[in-house]
Write a protein that binds this ligand. Structure first.
Ligand SMILES: Nc1nc2c(c(=O)[nH]1)N[C@H]1C(S)=C(S)[C@@H](COP(=O)(O)O)O[C@H]1N2
Ligand SMILES: [Mo]
Length: 522
């Protein structure tokens, strides 16, 4: 290097004297940023939502955007048209883009980091655009893009000359860049380990064949489903079923390792393995599960056909002490629920469930085994990944949510909801329909009434209920006149009670009040 070049090397990058070394370092910053962004993004996806991989999402967008000559060229270069070559190609394009982003950022702050922000947003949009991925599909790509964005800015800032002296600066820059890239590689490796674990459990689940029920539920009456557009289906597909739990990382329980221990105030402890459970006569039941956190009009509720062993059989085998009044169920993740003993010993279909809508429980819905108890909110009954039933008393033990201010008992309240007309879309004037759902599991719904603009209550038509343990659809013809209208509904329980008007928030024992929506017609 000539003395002249040496002095140029030290010049401010705003001058014309950016050296090749600076450019290499700037490009390397981009590579380190993409390594850590991709690593953490893939790890987040492996843990949260394997289908929402940022690499797959951003790569998918790149492939869609690429002109056909580029695709042909890539195929030509790699010689084959297989997936590995495609993935390598996308990785190379991303690396080149990241290198370029480093150069850009070095020349103008924001210019290169914007490329990362763009990748994050595009990846998130692609993931959100795919159906069935749920509301968190954007997270992994935003993690990837956001981390890349921040890392690039931080590394490029270190490239700017400081009073310390170029040699020290460069050494430190190298250490930071190297460490960032290395961390990215570690995160990528961790992600693929988590992913491999997830795949194998998913494979175990996919290979499972549940036994036929010893006692089948009657088939769902055709007239239970009104088939109105915008109205929740009476049986909720597993992929659309709401999910609520405290698990940051979904517990992964291999059925081969699963067992349930019934202990506490019992004559004899009972332990049940997966094979033993499947050898029992299993029973089917249609039960609507609801979350206590569901606000009036909310959608934290779903209905499925469950397959499992009635809990009362298991408790009978253990022999319950006369003074017990509660069962504290415990999950592998430490979650606990306090269920009144009588809800598990009376004749209702409280199940130790292994099946949901004809398949093994989805992993996030409690695979391999969970509880389902008609008539109680999920937080006091529906323990997923359940491994323990401790027979005890309410005055001796406290469940997870009870210690956090929620009621120790959670019977489901009589509720109803308007699904149609949509609150989001305009309604055409003329003949239309108002429709929704109503429920009070284990009591049943006797009717639903609807009123418009505070007028007289009119009786809606109920679809055929599947059972007292499920929600029921309802509808009412409506001649919609142009303008704004308030539509309200209230349910009448099979026991004759009318849903209360008095509004209460979800805490501590479930929301109540009439559902009211403002509809725009015209
Ligand atoms: N292990 C475990 N089980 C749990 C929970 C939890 O946080 N952890 N949440 C409960 C709550 S509050 C509800 S409403 C239901 C939701 O079940 P789902 O996610 O299958 O819809 O699970 C219950 N079972
Ligand atoms: Mo819940």
């Amino acid at each position: 290097m000539t003395p002249g070049a040496r002095s140029l090397d030290l010049m401010d990058d705003r001058g014309s004297g950016v050296t090749r070394g600076d450019r290499l370092r700037a490009g390397a910053s981009g590579l380190a940023a993409v390594a850590l962004g991709a690593g953490l993004g893939e790890l987040a996806s492996a843990i949260l939502l394997p289908a929402a991989s940022p690499f797959a999402s951003i790569g998918g967008a790149l492939i869609d955007l690429a002109p056909s000559w580029a695709k042909d060229l890539a195929i030509g270069l790699f010689g084959t048209n297989d997936k590995a070559a495609l993935l390598t190609g996308i990785a190379l394009v991303l690396a080149a883009a990241a290198f370029g982003a480093g150069l850009l950022e070095h020349r103008r702050t924001h210019a290169g980091s914007a490329v990362f922000a763009l990748f994050g947003v595009v990846g998130a949009a692609v993931a959100m655009g795919r159906t069935g991925m749920g509301p968190l599909a954007w997270v992994p790509s935003i993690v990837a893009g956001g981390v890349g964005f921040l890392v690039l800015r931080a590394l490029i800032a270190r490239l700017r000359p400081s009073p310390v002296g170029a040699g020290d600066d460069r050494r430190r820059f190298l250490i930071w860049t190297g460490a960032t890239a290395a961390l990215g590689v570690v995160a990528l490796a961790a992600g693929s380990v988590v992913r491999a674990g997830a795949r194998s459990l998913e494979a175990v689940r996919a290979a499972l064949r549940l036994p036929a029920p010893a006692a089948s539920a009657p088939s769902v009456p055709e007239t239970a489903e009104l088939g109105i557009e915008g109205l929740a289906p009476v049986v909720t597909p597993n992929r659309d079923f709401y999910r609520i739990d405290t698990a940051l990382v979904v517990p992964r329980v291999d059925p081969a390792d699963w067992s349930l221990r019934v202990h506490g105030m019992v004559e004899r402890e009972v332990t049940l393995s997966w094979d033993e459970l499947l050898a029992e006569p299993l029973q089917e039941a249609d039960v609507t599960l609801a979350c206590v956190s569901n606000p009036v009009g909310g959608d934290l509720i779903g209905n499925a056909r469950w397959l499992g062993l009635p809990v009362r059989e298991l408790l009978a085998r253990a022999g319950i002490h006369a003074d017990a009044d509660m069962v504290l169920s415990r999950s592998v993740d430490g979650f606990t629920a306090s269920t009144p003993l009588e809800a598990l010993t009376d004749d209702r279909d409280a199940l130790l469930a292994v099946g949901m809508n004809g398949e093994p429980l989805p992993i996030e819905h409690g695979f391999p085994v969970r509880l389902v108890v008609p008539g109680l909110y999920g937080y006091v009954s529906a323990t997923k990944w359940v491994t323990e039933l401790e027979v005890t008393r309410f005055d001796r033990a406290t469940a997870y949510w009870t210690t956090r201010g929620w009621s120790e008992r959670g019977p489901i309240k009589l509720q109803s909801r308007i699904d149609v007309p949509s609150r989001r879309r305009r309604t055409e004037p003329g003949e239309t329909v108002i429709a929704g759902m109503a429920w009070q599991q284990h009591v049943g719904v006797g009717g639903v009434e609807v009123r418009v603009d505070g007028g007289a209550w009119r009786r809606a038509e109920l679809a055929t209920p599947i059972s007292d343990d499920t929600w029921v659809q309802w509808s009412l013809p409506w001649t919609a006149e142009a303008g704004e209208h308030d539509v309200e509904c209230r349910a009448i329980g099979a026991d004759g009670d009318t849903q209360t008007e008095e509004i209460r928030p979800p805490a501590p024992d479930g929301a109540q009040g009439w559902h009211r929506i403002r509809v725009t017609v015209g």
